[in-house]
Structures are given as structure tokens and as C-alpha cells.
Ligand binder design. Structure first.
Ligand SMILES: Nc1nc2c(ncn2[C@@H]2O[C@H](COP(=O)(O)OP(=O)(O)OP(=O)(O)O)[C@@H](O)[C@H]2O)c(=O)[nH]1
Ligand SMILES: [Mg+2]
Length: 670
């Protein structure tokens, strides 16, 4: 038995959750199909999901097709919950991208497809809702080819489009037009096939074509397209056949083994935590996709950055929901209990490690920030605990506490996510909250090189350590890099076991410190080097370095200077050509930078850059400016320096700049 970890991705409301129900039904896991509209599906289980009829969290269900165990991950489609999609991407063996036959390719579909392609995740396309009035076939295929990828092959045609009798008719292997199209597409990546086909069309059998289609789909070079309706069940059989034939499952027969799925893998343990949930008793549950080895109950596991814990229980997804097991093996998804400090993004296994939030992001990070306030002052403590728990499940909310003002900040994608946080706090924690102003999230980048040093025993340095640091700008997108340039004898190896451990400990402090730069925003794209180090054995402790580092780093950063940068979107606007004259001045006022427009007859296309802060206003103006015909799409693209006075963010009490003033104050006072 092999395993396929399959993601279902799409824009909001395309029918992912309904399709999931359909697949579970077809695989015999459920005998009644649940409905999103009644709140009775297998994957929308949160009260809030049922009430609103939208998916908020990714959910895993499992079923068996032929001899493949499919772990299906139903994801949310609303752009505010893109972080949920982000977290599952690294665990997928394949994906089904759902598109509505009525609404067609949406902005979000493009974002998702681009990412699936970048990660080379084998993807089938399912065009859903062919039963609805206004559903298209040729029109949808054309827009997929134009907006997503030309490397598609429709696997059948449709009948009674737009009615409850709608159906999907797979092309027959004997259909020469179909095999011709298929051969032509596959030949683009397969010269042997091209030569054979040019030589004699009939010499290439359908089995050969189908095997090549599986290979190329497995490499994400081509994408079979199916049509259907999750509501009436049209096309699901063909889609299921496509999933088993064309998507690559892991383990089992493919590598010559026929043992059952739970046969133990004796390789080194390695896996990725892609979801964290709290159980009914408040206990933490980690969802792990195992890539190698076997984890058993009572195993001690290393995970994340130097964390460790003992697995107290394991559940593995099997025919529906998760069932208790003694172990979870490579290729599978397991729920692990007992890892108290586990966080989303932790790697489990000997070397641990984390997928850096932001560092390896596939989608844009949140660009908004808001202050969460409990209506009743007595709830403040409880609110902090609750938000910290939400942040374990969604690290991108990036909880920050400003101790001076006693305010809590969270990062957000948008209004719907804000409403969901509010409703979750009320429903699950009994805390009634409101939000203070929502603002953009800026970043800071160093503009020059800065150095600073504090010597052990010198005035102004209350710690038993010497720390010298240099900070330099790094290329855009490089993130933060920290290295040592000091002699071995100046590292306190009686405190840290190895030089690497010393480096790692300081690295952690560097990253924490750079969460707030000179103007209060996160500092990115820089290289930091430890240029001096000293200690006084045996008095010096790790605490001396941990406390001194931020002070020195901030001095170096102040010397380097930073520039505050704002998030900028890339936009794409389709509009009537004669409305361009009215649009350009509005864009100028909104600080947008348009490229040269393209005009085809009466219609035009304009692309360019626009500050994220102005997208909403532009979006609202587009209908008025274009007689209701304009279509605007925009995505986060990069950060660019702000012009004028840099916006500041209140620094939290943990900020070394605040602490330094405090410390100097204390020292001078003595
Ligand atoms: N007519 C018709 N309606 C459908 C079909 N599939 C889903 N729907 C309806 O479309 C709406 C959205 O369906 P969902 O399954 O929740 O869509 P989703 O993609 O999971 O939505 P999110 O998870 O919130 O992004 C619901 O009202 C469904 O009943 C279909 O094939 N035909
Ligand atoms: Mg859904």
C-alpha cells in the first residue's frame, strides 16, 4: 500500500469542501454526503466554519483508492487564510486545483497555481460546478491556458452544461483527436516520443501516452483537466481515476515493496509539523508529515530549535479520521501527542530545525497589524494566553506585547481573519475583544555598515562578557544571516558545548532583537558578524551574552542607519481603452507606478506597482473609473523605501533601545 498526500486548493467557494465530501463518499468512507450549507461536512468541523459556510483551517481526511491511502488536505480558499495553505504545501505529494466553471480563473487561482508550479507539485485541475447556469467549457479551458498554464490536456468533454443533468464524458483511448493532442503536448518534453510519433502516429499506443502523461504530470510539466460537479457527483469517477493514475504516491509498490503501509521504515526520523491543534483537554496535538523513519509512542523526539519531548500517543489517518496506532511511518501523516513545546514549522528528527517564518514563505506575508483589546480589563491576562495559543497554531499572527502600554499586536491578512480571531476568542475562550486602528506593516533595511563593541569590565557594561558586532546590508530577500569571526579561545566553551552551539544561541538572540528596528519595524536583509567576544570563567553565563548582545546590536544598527520600506503590490488592470485617461491621474495620486499600457482595439491592460496601503482605495474606485467593466488583480510583490518621514511603530518594552536607556539610567544613577 502506498500513500498520497493530496491537497485540494482553490479560490474561495470553488467547492473544495464539497468535492472532499464527494471523494469520501465515492471511496466508501461516508454513506451520506454532508453539505457545506447545512454545516455537516467532514472537513469543516469548527463551529465557526459551519456557521459561516467557509473553510478557515486546513483539515485532513483519509480514504483508500485502489491500493493507495490518500490523505486529503482540504484547504481554505479565502486569501485571508493563505497561511493555512502555505503550511501544507511542504507536505504535499500532489494537488487538485479546483476552478469554478462559472467564475473561472480568479486572482487567487493564479497565486495558487504559480506557487504549485514553483514548488513542482504535480497538479490536476478540476473544473467544478458544471451544473450551474452560466457554466462554460471552451471559455474556461481558454482562460486556464491563458492565465495559468498552456501545458494542459482536457481529459473529456461535457454534456448538458448548466443543468442538473450535466455530466463529464471522458475521451476514449481510441479518440484520435484526443490522442493526437495528448501526443503533441507530451512530445514537447519527450524527444523519443516526438520522434516515434512523427515516424508513425499509430505506432504510439495509448498505454504509452498514458504512462508518459503520468511521468510528466508527476514532474508538474503538464496538467490533466477534468470537469464535473461536486454537488451532483458528475466527473468524480474520472477525477478519482486521474488521482490514482497520474499523481505519484509514495512507498508501496512503486519501489517494489508490497508490504502494508505500517511496515516500519528504519531510516533516520524526519518529518515536518504543518499544523498544531489543541485537544479537548487543552493538550497540544502536532500534525506531522513523515518523510523518513518511524516514530513510536514513548519515543523521545528532537524537534525545532533544540526542543525535545516524549510522544505519548499517535494517531494515523486511515479510512476517514485518525485512529490510534503504536507508530507512524515514512510517507504518512500522524497526529502526535506529548510534544509540549511544538510549533508549526518545526522539523522533527535528529537535527531538528525549523522552516523559518517568512524565510521560506511561498506567499506574501501579512501586511496589516492591529491592536487587540479586551472589553473587560480583567480579561487582559487571559487574552494574552489565548492569543499566544492562537499564535502557536498560526505563527504568522506574530503576537507582540507592548509592555509599557500593555497592548497586544497581531499581524493580519485582512478583515475576515480579524472577524475570525474575534469570534474564536469569544467562542473558545469567552473573551470579548475589539480592535484598535489597523495599520500597514513596514520593514527596515540597514543602509550602511555599523559596528559596536562593549568590553567586559568597562564602564557602561553591566555584564560579564565582551561583545563586538558588525551589521551590513545584504541583498533584498536574503533575510538575516549571522556568523562568527572570533578566535576559538574567546568562545566560552564551558557554557556552550560547541562553537556551533554558541553561534546558534547568539543567532537566536540576533533574530529576536531584529524583530524591532530603530523605527520599531522588523529588520531584514542584513549580515551580522560577531567580531569580538570575551568572558570571565567561571563567572560568565549564557545570560550575559543574551542580555548584552541586543544592546550592542542596536548600537551597531543605529550607526548603520535603516530605511523604512513599505509593502508594494504588483497590479494588473483590464479596462476599456478610453478610460485610461481617467485612471492615470488617480494612480499618480495613489503613489502607484504604472508600466506602459497595452491597448488592443477597445480594451486595454495596465500593469504596475501600487503601495499595499492604497490597493483598497484603488479597488473601490475601479468600477466608477471604468463604467463597471474594469477588473483589478493585485498581489504583494516587494518592499520599497517610503518617501518622506518614516512611519514609526511603538517599541515594546523588550526593545533594547528602550532597555538601553533604562540601563544607562540605572547605571548613571548608581
Ligand atoms: N451548483 C453547485 N454548487 C456547488 C458545487 N460545489 C459546491 N457548491 C456550492 O458552493 C458553495 C461553496 O462550496 P464549498 O465546498 O464550501 O467551497 P470551498 O471551496 O470549500 O470554499 P472555502 O473553503 O470557503 O474556500 C456551497 O454553497 C456549495 O454548496 C457544484 O458542483 N455545483
Ligand atoms: Mg472549504
Amino acid at each position: 500500500m502506498s500513500t498520497l498526500n493530496l491537497g485540494i486548493l482553490a479560490h474561495v467557494d470553488a467547492g473544495k469542501t464539497t468535492l472532499t465530501e464527494r471523494l469520501l463518499f465515492a471511496a466508501g468512507v461516508i454513506d451520506k454526503i454532508g453539505s457545506v450549507d447545512d454545516g455537516s461536512t467532514q472537513t469543516d468541523t469548527l463551529a465557526l466554519e459551519r456557521q459561516r459556510g467557509i473553510t478557515i483551517k486546513s483539515a485532513v481526511v483519509s480514504f483508500v483508492l485502489d491500493d493507495v491511502t490518500v490523505n486529503l488536505i482540504d484547504t481554505p480558499g479565502h486569501p485571508d487564510f493563505i497561511a493555512e495553505v502555505e503550511r501544507v504545501l511542504s507536505v504535499l505529494d500532489g494537488a487538485v486545483l479546483v476552478i469554478s466553471a462559472v467564475e473561472g480563473v480568479q486572482a487567487q487561482t493564479r497565486v495558487l497555481m504559480r506557487t504549485l508550479q514553483r514548488l513542482r507539485i504535480p497538479t490536476l485541475i478540476f473544473v467544478n460546478k458544471i451544473d450551474r447556469g452560466g457554466a462554460g467549457y471552451d471559455r474556461i479551458l481558454k482562460s486556464i491556458a491563458e492565465k495559468l498554464t498552456p501545458a494542459i490536456i482536457p481529459m473529456g468533454t461535457v454534456n448538458d452544461l448548466g443543468t442538473r443533468r450535466a455530466g463529464f464524458l471522458p475521451f476514449a483511448p481510441s479518440d484520435a483527436e484526443f490522442t493526437g493532442r495528448l501526443a503533441e503536448l507530451l512530445a514537447e518534453h519527450d524527444e523519443a516520443l516526438l520522434a516515434a510519433y512523427v515516424d508513425d502516429e499509430d505506432a504510439v499506443s495509448y498505454d504509452q501516452l498514458s504512462a508518459t502523461l503520468a511521468t510528466q504530470t508527476g514532474r508538474a510539466q503538464v496538467h490533466p483537466v477534468y470537469f464535473g460537479s461536486a454537488i451532483i457527483g458528475a466527473g468524480t469517477e474520472a477525477l478519482i481515476a486521474g488521482i490514482t493514475e497520474f499523481l505519484p504516491s509514495v512507498g508501496g509498490d512503486s519501489d517494489g515493496r508490497t508490504d502494508d503501509a505500517d511496515a516500519e521504515d528504519d531510516g533516520p526520523v524526519s518529518g515536518t509539523v504543518f499544523k498544531v491543534e489543541r485537544g479537548t483537554a487543552g493538550e497540544k496535538i502536532a500534525f506531522v508529515r513523515m518523510s523518513s523513519g518511524t516514530v513510536r509512542t514513548r519515543d523521545r523526539l528532537r524537534f525545532g530549535r533544540d526542543k525535545e519531548g516524549k510522544v505519548t500517543a499517535i494517531r494515523v489517518f486511515d479510512r476517514g479520521s485518525a485512529v490510534q496506532r503504536a507508530s507512524v511511518t515514512a510517507g504518512r501523516i500522524g497526529k502526535l501527542w506529548g510534544l509540549a513545546d511544538v510549533e508549526v514549522g518545526d522539523q522533527i528528527g535528529e537535527f531538528g530545525g525549523v522552516s523559518e517564518p517568512g524565510g521560506r514563505a511561498y506567499f506574501a506575508p501579512p501586511t496589516l497589524e492591529t491592536v487587540v483589546v479586551s472589553r473587560s480589563p480583567g480579561d487582559k491576562g487571559a487574552l494574552h494566553v489565548a492569543l499566544a495559543q492562537l499564535a502557536e497554531q498560526d505563527p504568522l499572527i506574530n503576537l507582540r506585547q507592548d509592555d509599557v502600554r500593555q497592548e497586544m499586536y497581531v499581524s493580519l491578512y485582512g478583515e475576515v481573519q480579524k472577524e475570525v480571531i474575534q469570534a474564536t476568542l469569544e467562542r473558545d475562550y469567552g473573551i470579548d475583544v475589539t480592535f484598535r486602528q489597523t495599520t500597514m506593516i513596514y520593514i527596515e533595511r540597514p543602509v550602511g555598515t555599523g559596528t559596536a563593541v562593549e568590553l567586559l569590565g568597562k564602564e557602561g557594561n553591566p555584564f560579564l562578557a565582551t561583545v563586538g558586532l558588525r551589521i551590513e546590508p545584504a541583498p533584498i530577500g536574503a533575510g538575516v544571516d549571522f556568523g562568527l569571526d572570533v578566535k576559538l579561545e574567546s568562545t566560552p566553551l564551558y557554557v556552550y558545548k560547541t562553537v556551533e552551539e554558541f553561534r546558534k544561541a547568539l543567532d537566536k538572540t540576533v533574530r529576536e532583537t531584529l524583530r524591532e528596528g530603530i523605527y520599531g519595524w522588523e529588520v531584514r536583509d542584513c549580515t551580522i558578524t560577531l567580531t569580538s567576544s570575551g568572558y570571565n570563567s567561571p563567572g560568565t553565563t549564557s545570560g550575559d551574552f543574551r542580555k548584552l548582545m541586543p544592546l550592542v546590536l542596536m548600537s551597531a544598527l543605529q550607526q548603520a542607519g535603516t530605511v523604512v520600506c513599505e509593502p508594494v503590490h504588483r497590479f494588473h488592470l483590464d479596462m476599456p481603452a478610453d478610460t485610461l485617461g481617467a485612471i492615470l491621474p488617480v494612480l499618480a495620486r495613489l503613489r502607484a507606478v504604472p508600466d506602459t499600457p497595452t491597448i488592443h482595439g477597445v480594451s486595454g491592460t495596465l500593469e504596475g506597482e501600487i503601495p499595499a496601503a492604497q490597493v483598497h482605495e484603488f479597488q473601490q474606485q475601479v468600477p466608477g473609473l471604468t463604467r463597471g467593466e474594469g477588473v483589478l488583480e493585485s498581489f504583494f510583490d516587494h518592499h520599497r523605501p517610503v518617501s518622506g518621514a518614516p512611519p514609526t511603530r511603538p517599541r515594546t518594552d523588550n526593545n533594547p533601545l528602550n532597555r538601553k536607556e533604562y540601563l544607562l539610567h540605572v547605571l548613571r544613577g548608581v
